[in-house]
Structure formats: C-alpha cells, structure tokens
Design a protein around this ligand. Structure first.
Ligand code: AGP
Length: 635
C-alpha cells in the first residue's frame, strides 16, 4: 500500500530516492517524503499530494546528503496532509522512520508514551515507532538492540525503514509480513518495498523474509531474525533488463497495457503450452530472462524452480475440491476459473473474496487445493487466506504477475503470468493473464486426471492459441469503441449484466468503469435484474449486456429486453453480425465470433476501452485514480 526506499553511497541521495519512489508511486500517492543526513544533521522534506510536490521541494533545497530513506503513502491512519506524510521523527529529531502497514496496538503504545511525556505531531501509527526506538535507544545505546526491543512491542504487519543521525553510515530495514529488498551496488546500497525500484541501479538483491531486520551499509547488508540471530542469504539476480517506466507512445499506461494484452497472452501461452499436441507444463523448460534468452544461471534456475506446479500426478488425482481466494479483479478472474475447472474436470470449486475468509471456517483439508490469485502477490487479505488454508493441510498454488513477491515465498506451486510490470493501478492485462492461467490450469488438471480426451485437449489448446489474434481484431476497432462509449460519459449510474461465463465479465466491467471514471456502476447476473435491481432502470441509466452465442444467449437477450422495456439505454458486447443484437440495442461493441467457453478473454476488452475513454474524456487521473493503490497490503 505504501512505498519505502533507501539509499547510501557516493551519490546524492535525494535524486536516487526520488527515482526509486517514481517506480513505487503505483503503491500509493497521497503524500511523499524523504529523510536525509547531511553533515551529521538529519532533515526531512515531505509534502501531501503527488510525488511532483516532493520533487519541487528537493529541487528548491538541493540537498547533497548521500544517505537517506523515502516514502510514498496510501493513507491508513490520518488524512493525507503534510504532517501525516512520512518520514516521522522521534522527539529529539535524530531518528526518522518510514512505514508500510498497520501497527494494530499503536493506540495503547501511544497512550503509554504520552503518559511518559512524549508529544505527538501526527495522527499516524508510524510516529509511535520513532518514539519507541528513540526511547529504547536511550537505555541500550545500540540501534540494533533498540530495534530488536521495539519490534518486540509491535503487533501487526509492517515494513519499516529507519535512519539515525547518530549512525549516518547505516540504514535499518525491518520486515514483518511484507516485502523489502536490499539492492547491492558497487560501494552503494539501496532499499525498496519492490525490487523493481532498485533494478535501475543493480540487479543484485537480497530479499528480507518475514520477521527479519537488515543493517545496510555501502559495503552490503547484514540480516538478523527478530530473536537476534544473524541470517546468511545469497543475493538473487533479477532479470538483466532494468525496469523502464515508459508509455511507449500511448497517452496513458492503461491504454498501453490494454494494447499489450495479445502479446501478454502469447507470452504466457508460449511459456506453458509448447504445442497443442503436447501437455500443458507449468515447469518452464527454459528460464527466459527478460530479453527471452534461456539461461542456465544457477540463481535464475533456482528462481525458476519456484515458478512451477510441483504436484505429482497422484496428488493431482487425489484433489477432491478446490478453494480459490482473491480480491477485486483477481476475484472476478477466479469466478471464471471456477467455471473452467468445473466444466473440464468435474471438480467442485469454491471462490471466496479473501477478506471474507478471515475469521470464517475454511472448508479445506489434505485433499484440497487452495489457489491464491494476486497480480501483485502482496495483497494482505489474499496472503492471509492462503496461510489459513496451509494450516489446514491444503495443497497451495499461487497465480501472480510478480515472482519476486511475498506470495511466491509462501507457496511451493506458482504460475507466473508474463505481463511485465503493470503500472496502471487498474488491472487489465493482468486480468486477462489470470484468465489465461486458469484456462491452462483447467486443461492441465483435466489432462492429469484423465477428465478430457486427447482430442478435446488438443482442440482447447488450439482455440486458446487463436485468442491473441482475435484480441487484435477488437483493438483494431478502438476508435469505433471510443466514439460509441463517449455517448454515455455523462451517465451517473451504469448497470452491467451477464450470465454464466460472462457474469464475472459484468462484474469486472462495472469495477473498471467505477475505478477509472468514478461513475457509479454495478454488475449483476443478468437473471438477477428482475429480482430487484431493475428498479433503478430508467431512460437515464445505460445497461451494458454481455451477449455471446451459447447456452445462455436466449435468456440473456430476454433479460436485456426487460431492461429495454424500462427505457434503459441499451449497450451490448456482442458477436459481429449478431442481427438480434443489432435490433435490440442502441449500441453494439462487437467482438469476433468465439466459443462461449473462451469468450471472457474477449468480452472484457471493449469494457476496458469503454471505461478508459470515458475516464479520459472526463479528465480523470487514469493511471492513478483517486483513493486507489496498486497493491493493497493492509487488511
Ligand atoms: C483492479 O483494477 C483493482 N485495482 C483491484 O481490485 C485489484 O484487482 C485488487 O486489489 C487485487 O489486487 P491483486 O491482484 O494484486 O491481489
């Protein structure tokens, strides 16, 4: 939810911190700040609002310090303003802390500190940590001991960066249930919540695991468990291409990422589906680095081992139910995944919103497979739900776009999508890649369990391989979709409906419109409209219907006609040449003919484009919508 960075070395720290923060702005952009130590003096520059406000402060102050930490915030405690912006200082103004996560017992700790005479300047839980470290340091006179003792007092999930004026040659990092990486350069070191932020400087990183503390110097890093024992860990090499944040000529990252979808599908399919006559394999035969070359680098191969699905055929055959946990868009992809696996494998699949699982009896055991779907691999609710399933003995599997995420650390089975970094906060290409992963997983399970014939498997794989070209046909009609969409830009309420494989598509379409344009939108099972939601329909309400040939076509069309009878504005996502659709709807966003089973891979794209064009027309911040963040690491 927030981004933490750090730097120490020969260069000026502030520009490096800013550049690292630029890579993490997707995690939250309510405010940003840096703490730097210059000529033995700790100073803080911070501002509410976007990173540009901090950049102006740095430009105006021209700090020459060569050590510092930085933070970009998604507010949890305290409104986004200057005094709640991180870093936060202790009373002596000699220790600065940046924080991601929530300290669940901060109020009782704060009350104790106030009783001891400490004054607070912010409404944040973070400030409590700065005072605690300082208070303990007064007796211990040793920063590591002060930090060990402080973390012993904290409850919750958090990641911290700490600098002390008394130790200007060190940065301390603390990880409890989050992700933090230390980048190792030549006589310089870096810290970041997401290793992507250090790739521009080095591809050698050491990840902090759970309940670990790092003491970082220019020469390297020492790791300690919370019990004080030192931990040895070899650096990992990230893929060789430093991450470049580049819109590639598009107006927004979102539009670029919508257009990347055919390539993303081709890359994900190529990785796991060598040929329609070959079985789906989730252990890549090569470990392509980012420029596609196979490597036999031991570290990368070690990384690739965590990529695969390592369940034996016996285990796969013994699974008698599947539980999927996810949030938001990933939850919608999981609803499609349920239908895919049930249809191909005749295996019951439950899908739950991860935050709803918490505190509920999870119906899994040793013959269950629990799947966590998360593009960031950092969503706290999803990770916690998977941990619950592990405790009950379930097999686990992750589907993520980030093999260097927390999710990859907590499950032995991982399907990694090939999207590249998705910069825009709204998920598009990662949604399609999650769907693709479920199609591949469904075929993989069906083949392993003998649930489908060889011929059926071959047909499925060949149909799947045809999807990227069909996507390109939709994207080629972008301008037509733009003009059709803008007719509805002044709507205040929009309803999306779909049935069967496209009920989740309706949910995803509504979410995209909401999070991009801030227009209220709701997605419903088409058959549910008449059970209440139809009351909201009138001539001011557009209704978007997903209508594809298949077992639910006629009924979906009837539901749409019920909406038309209430004078709703009628939009359809329908197959080219569908004459009934042309007669029934005011606007048809057409897709190429496709089997209903695979249609979710196509039907969502016109909705993505519709939401994008309306949001852009309304002047919204398309890549960083208000109140959102790319990875939701608080519960
Ligand atoms: C998607 O457009 C949203 N930004 C959000 O719903 C997102 O899908 C959700 O927070 C889950 O994120 P994850 O895939 O990283 O777990």
């Amino acid at each position: 939810m927030c981004g933490i960075v750090g730097y120490l070395g020969p260069a000026k720290a502030a520009p490096v911190l800013l550049s690292e923060l630029r890579c993490l702005e997707y995690r939250g952009y309510d405010s940003a700040g840096v703490a730097i130590i210059q000529d033995g003096e700790l100073s803080v520059l911070k501002a509410a609002g976007k990173l540009n406000n901090l950049e102006k402060l740095i430009t105006d102050n021209k700090p020459t310090a060569t050590v510092g930490i930085g933070h970009t915030r998604w507010a949890t405690h305290g409104v986004p303003n200057d005094q709640n912006a991180h870093p936060h200082l202790d009373a002596s103004k000699t220790i600065a802390v940046v924080h991601n996560g929530i300290i669940e017992n901060y109020e009782e700790l704060k009350d104790e500190l106030i009783k001891d005479g400490y004054a607070f300047e912010s409404d944040t839980d973070t400030e409590v940590i700065a005072h605690l470290i300082s208070k303990v340091y007064e007796t211990e006179k040793d920063m590591l001991k002060a930090i060990f003792k402080t973390v012993g007092l904290l409850r919750g999930a958090y990641a911290l960066g700490v600098v002390s004026q008394k130790h200007p040659d060190k940065i301390y990092a603390i990880n409890q249930h989050y992700s933090l990486s230390v980048g190792l350069g030549n006589n310089e070191s870096f810290l970041a919540s997401d290793s992507m932020a250090v790739r521009q400087y080095t591809n050698k990183v050491v990840r902090l695991e759970q309940s670990e503390i790092a003491e970082i110097t220019k020469e390297g890093v020492r790791l300690f468990a919370f019990d004080g024992k030192e931990v040895k860990r070899r650096p990992m090499s990230l893929d060789s291409n430093p991450y470049v944040i580049d819109k590639g000529g598009y107006k927004h990252f979102l539009l670029k990422e919508i257009h990347e979808q055919p390539l993303v599908l081709r890359q994900t399919l190529a990785k796991y589906l060598v040929h329609p006559t070959k079985p789906v394999s989730f252990i890549p035969h090569i470990t392509p680095n980012s420029n596609g070359a196979a490597t036999n680098n031991e570290e990368e191969n070690q990384l690739s081992k965590s990529y695969g699905v390592h369940l034996t055929e016996m285990e796969l055959k013994g699974i008698d139910r599947i539980q999927v946990v996810a949030c938001g868009t990933a939850y919608h992809a999981s609803l499609v995944g349920k239908l895919i696996i049930e249809q191909l494998c005749n295996l019951p699949v439950s899908v739950d919103i991860a935050s709803e699982i918490r505190g509920r009896r999870l119906m899994v055991n040793e013959s269950s497979l629990t799947i966590a779907v998360s593009q960031s691999g950092e969503t706290a609710d999803t990770l916690a739900a998977l941990e619950e399933a592990k405790k009950l003995g379930s097999f686990t599997l992750g589907i993520t776009n980030r093999p260097d995420s927390h999710l990859s650390q907590i499950t032995p089975n991982l399907i990694v999508t090939e999207c590249g970094i998705e910069v825009s906060v709204a998920a598009t290409k990662t949604y399609l890649a999650q769907l693709t992963s479920f199609y591949l997983l469904g075929i993989y399970l069906a083949e392993a369990r003998g649930a489908i014939t060889t011929e059926h498997a071959r047909k499925l794989k060949s149909d799947l391989n045809a999807i990227p070209t069909l996507l390109e046909q939709i994207l080629a009609k972008e301008n037509e979709i733009r003009l059709a969409s803008l007719k509805y830009a002044d709507a205040h309420d929009v309803v999306f409906i779909g049935r069967g494989f496209n009920y989740p598509t309706a949910l995803e379409g509504a979410l995209k419109l909401k999070e991009l344009s801030y227009i209220h939108a709701s997605g419903y099972a088409a058959g549910e409209l008449k059970h209440g939601p139809i009351a909201v329909l009138d001539s001011k309400v557009p209704v978007v219907t997903v209508l594809v040939p298949g077992v639910v076509y006629e009924k979906t069309l009837s539901n749409a006609q019920e909406a038309r009878a209430r004078n709703a504005q009628m939009i359809a996502v329908a197959v080219e040449g569908d004459e009934q659709a042309a007669r029934t709807f005011d606007t048809v966003l057409s897709i190429p003919a496709v089997d209903e089973f695979f249609s979710p891979l196509l039907t969502v794209v016109p909705m993505q484009l519709m939401s994008y064009f309306i949001a852009d027309y309304l002047g919204k911040d398309v890549d960083q919508p208000r109140n959102l963040a790319k990875s939701v690491t608080v519960e």
